[in-house]
Design a protein around this ligand. Structure first.
Ligand code: BV8
Ligand code: ZN
Length: 239
């Protein structure tokens, strides 16, 4: 099976990666639903929502500030670097659910952040948006227009940025191989991306130490961590 898939990877022109929290786990960033789950006291599903933000903006901001500091101390791992190194051989696009920016820090040049970025901020009222380059004197931070600022992430119940989602579907529908790495595929509509790829005849490869709800639809499941498995996929393209 692996050999068949290896041939398809070797001959692939366009490879799309769909990544989730698991690919950053080996950089020391906790996943959402794993045993090292995020915020011991709180359920991310209860915090990463617009209602939680307006109910208790300080608490939600504290959660994001703690995560942002942890992310800024983190380094990309071999899984991130393997994906960026593949750009030497293939047309590579990364569709990530992660908000940590580690793919870009590992050198990937085509990254779509379908759930936004923890290192970007935007106003809850006007169209102000900027990178976060330092801490805040008080939480929640305020915009110069006087309204609250929020992390530029997509919360549960919020639509994904339209242009990013439209481009993500276009990439999924035009790839030869889709590698789904480090995601439980529990969250929609991100979890529909493999279906778009499959519809277009792409080979689906899952990289995850555990099975997921879509494992039986995969052409190949590598039951390994992404930091171990992804460098092997690259070596196939190098051979
Ligand atoms: C939308 C940003 C429509 C914030 C995130 C019922 C009620 C209410 C809503 C819904 C519902 N049913 C469905 C929905 C929709 C909802 C949804 O899917 N809910 C799920 C949970 C049921 N989705 C939404 O709300 C989305 N919006 O649908 O809008 C709409 C349209 C028009 C108008 C209005 C609305 C928005 C979803 C985005 C939410 N934001 N993140 C933040 O991060 O703070 S989602 C969050 O979960 C992260 O982005 C995370 O990445 C993502 C998905 O999780 P995973 O990445 O997969 O992480 P997880 O921990 O689950 O899994 C890790 C995997 O890695 C595991 O499989 C593990 O085995 C593996 N792993 C572990 N270690 C490793 C590894 N793999 C490899 N190597 C390792 N070392
Ligand atoms: Zn404003």
């Amino acid at each position: 099976m692996f050999e068949q898939v290896a041939d398809r990877i070797r001959s692939a022109k366009k490879i799309v990666f769909v990544t989730g929290a698991g690919i950053s786990q080996e950089s020391g960033i906790p996943t959402f639903r794993g045993k090292d789950g995020y915020w011991r006291k709180y359920d991310p599903m209860q915090l990463a929502t617009i209602d939680a933000f307006y109910e208790n903006p300080e608490l939600v901001w504290e959660w994001y500030e703690e995560r942002r500091k942890n992310i800024l101390d983190a380094r990309p791992n071999n899984g991130h670097y393997a994906i960026s190194s593949l750009e030497k051989y293939k047309d590579v696009t990364v569709l990530t659910q992660n908000i940590d920016g580690l793919h870009q820090r590992a050198g990937s040049s085509e990254v779509l952040e379908i759930h936004g970025s923890i290192i970007r901020i935007r106003c809850t009222f006007c169209d102000y948006k900027d990178d976060i380059t330092s801490g805040f004197d008080s939480l929640p931070p305020k915009c110069r227009c006087g309204n609250m600022l929020r992390p530029d992430v997509v919360w549960f119940g919020e639509p994904l940025p339209q242009d990013v989602w439209r481009k993500s579907i276009m990439h999924a529908q035009s790839c030869d191989v889709m590698v789904i790495a480090g995601t439980s595929l529990a969250v929609s509509p991100a979890n529909t991306l493999p279906l778009y790829a499959k519809q277009n005849g792409a080979i689906l490869i899952e990289v995850n130490p555990e099975a997921t709800v879509m494992s039986e639809r995969m052409d190949l499941s590598l039951r390994e961590t992404s930091a171990n498995a992804l460098p092997h996929l690259v070596s196939i393209c190098e051979s």
